[in-house]
Ligand binder design. Structure first.
Ligand code: CMP
Length: 138
């Protein structure tokens, strides 16, 4: 069934003018953009977004990094959106990302890995609603 996922273009990729390149790969991959915005997360908001990782050793750095510059948030729609988007972006660690994936092309490190992708339908909905009201989703 057609469903939704959520993505962020992270500060490294946004800073280096890869917004258009990444959105092009997303649309070419068959995803429809339901909602889109460029915004800056405060450390508090970034911490809230990544609260599931609170106990992980990389949490502090992740929050600092994700609030270090603007990000682009988007809700995407496609059949099998969550799984297909994770295939399109590639492995979290770009050293392990497959050829042709967004992270292979644009990610610099496991932290500055260009894009986020939701890991479940439930999280896709929570994460999308974290950034967008229903009046911003089409
Ligand atoms: P993301 O898909 O946004 O979800 C959590 C993020 O934490 C992940 O992408 C990485 O950017 C980051 N992350 C995951 N594992 C590590 C790690 N071992 N070291 C540093 N950052 C990590």
């Amino acid at each position: 069934a057609t469903n939704r996922t959520f993505t962020m273009i992270k500060p490294d990729a946004t800073q280096e003018n890869h917004i258009g390149g990444i959105l092009s790969m997303i649309e070419a991959g068959g995803f429809r953009i339901v909602a889109l915005k460029k915004t800056l997360l405060t450390a508090e908001r970034a911490g809230e977004f990544y609260a599931v990782h609170k106990e992980r050793p990389f949490y502090g750095d992740l929050v600092k990094y994700m609030s270090s510059g603007p990000i682009v948030a988007a809700i995407l729609e496609k059949d099998n959106a969550v799984a297909d988007f994770r295939t399109l972006i590639g492995a979290t660690n770009p050293a392990q990302a497959e050829e042709g994936t967004i992270r292979k092309k644009y990610a610099k490190s496991i932290e500055a890995n260009a894009v986020h992708g939701s890991d479940s339908d439930e999280n896709a909905q929570i994460e999308g609603n974290f950034f967008f009201g229903s009046e911003e989703q089409f």
